[in-house]
Design a protein around this ligand. Structure first.
Ligand code: FMN
Length: 363
């Protein structure tokens, strides 16, 4: 019998069945230690943060952008996945999530030219390469994000290959840590997005210029990750479907074109966000403002799709799924406000959701 609510219908990708379509979007906590043996290591804050959303009935949790190398961190306090201490700490989280029936996923990332910035609540200013916590960022081209940011060092071909390898190592470690989903961070103007967009990619070699060249790095990373990520486990890719530039930026048409290629290269689901690669651009935000991009990819490409961005109400989320605009809903800030959003939505819409035994008297 079909579930009463589309939001609470299970969803299967490869061998993984997610119990519902209420998923947590990756959200950096900028809270790891910066120096010493615990640099980039998840601790009590991260555990409590993810554990609460799992106990709240969230079907799948994407752990925040986790850097594949120290130079790939956004802030010095980002989580990392370049060593075994980091893996051990993440395993504690995946074990708890699985115990609650939540599918554990992780976003692996390299910040490129947007690396070396302070925590947002301290202003998010760029940290100078010679400051105590800062470092020299890299990018496809020596073009800074804005006038305040350090001009990145243009990546050599050897360095590009090294980073592709770091993504593969990160995926291998993610598997070791117990994750069932890996998401490659290709969005928000971080390194992969910087290569995709002609706004940030001014290269004249095989990584710049044509669509084929600008997408080369994204597809090489995808291939390297897919080669080590088990066949039976799903691979996600997050994209910014548009730079929101009139011209000279990455476009929704190119997103649809890339989606078909990503499918051929072993990606299962596109997580459709927008923006973040061009400073000073006005984004017309509002409830569900990115859903039309998800819907387009859903209609015009073979990939499964998750919608994200100002989706806050159960009825709103339900309608997106019922209209066939996306296969799953990713919630960001609303899950920060309410860790038990899934449970509340199930009550409102009528649907089965995990409730921990300890909370049974609250049903
Ligand atoms: C505190 C915070 C941290 C974020 N960190 C990440 C991140 O690590 N990776 C990412 O792709 N998006 C990140 N985002 C964007 C969210 O995943 C999401 O796409 C965005 O907040 C829009 O969804 P919402 O309106 O439901 O919050 C972050 C957003 C917030 C509020």
């Amino acid at each position: 019998m079909p579930a009463a609510s589309a939001l609470f219908e299970p969803y299967t990708l490869r061998s993984v069945t997610v119990p519902n379509r209420v998923w947590m979007a990756p959200m950096c906590q900028y809270s790891a230690e910066v120096f010493g043996p615990n640099a980039g290591v998840a601790h009590d804050w991260h555990f409590a943060h993810y554990a609460a959303r799992a106990a709240g009935g969230t079907g799948l949790i994407l752990v925040e952008a986790t850097a594949v190398s120290p130079e790939g961190r956004i802030s010095p306090a980002d989580l990392g996945i370049w060593n075994d201490t980091q893996v051990e700490a993440l395993r504690r989280i995946t074990t708890f999530l699985e115990g609650q029936g939540t599918v554990p996923g992780i976003q692996i990332a390299h910040a490129g030219r947007k690396a070396s910035t302070d925590r947002p609540w301290l202003g998010g200013a760029p940290l100078a390469p010679d400051s105590e916590e800062g470092w020299q960022p890299v990018g496809p081209s020596a073009v800074a994000w804005d006038e305040r940011h350090t001009v990145p060092t243009e990546l050599t071909i050897d360095h590009i290959r090294e980073i592709v390898g770091q993504f593969a190592d990160a995926a291998r470690r993610a598997l070791d840590a117990g994750f069932k989903v890996v998401e490659i961070h290709g969005a928000h103007g971080y390194l992969i997005g910087q290569f995709l967009s002609p706004h940030s990619n001014k290269r004249t070699d095989e990584y710049g210029g044509s669509f084929e060249n600008r997408t080369r790095f994204a597809l090489e990373v995808t291939d390297a990750v897919r080669a080590v990520w088990p066949e039976e486990l799903p691979l996600f890719f997050r994209i910014s479907a548009t730079d929101w530039l009139e011209e000279g930026g990455w476009s929704a048409d190119e997103t649809v074109r890339l989606a078909a290629l990503l499918k051929e290269h072993g990606v299962d689901l596109l997580d459709v966000s927008t923006g973040g690669n061009a400073s000073g651009v006005r984004i017309p935000t509002g409830p569900g403002y990115q859903v039309p991009f998800a819907e387009r990819v859903h209609n015009e490409s073979p990939l499964a799709v998750a919608a994200v961005g100002l989706i806050t109400e159960p009825a709103q989320a339900e309608k997106i799924l019922a209209n066939g605009e996306a296969d799953a809903i990713l919630l960001g800030r609303e899950l920060l406000r309410n860790p038990s959003w899934a449970r509340q939505a199930a009550r409102e819409l009528g649907g089965d959701v995990h409730v921990p035994d300890q909370y049974h008297r609250s049903v």
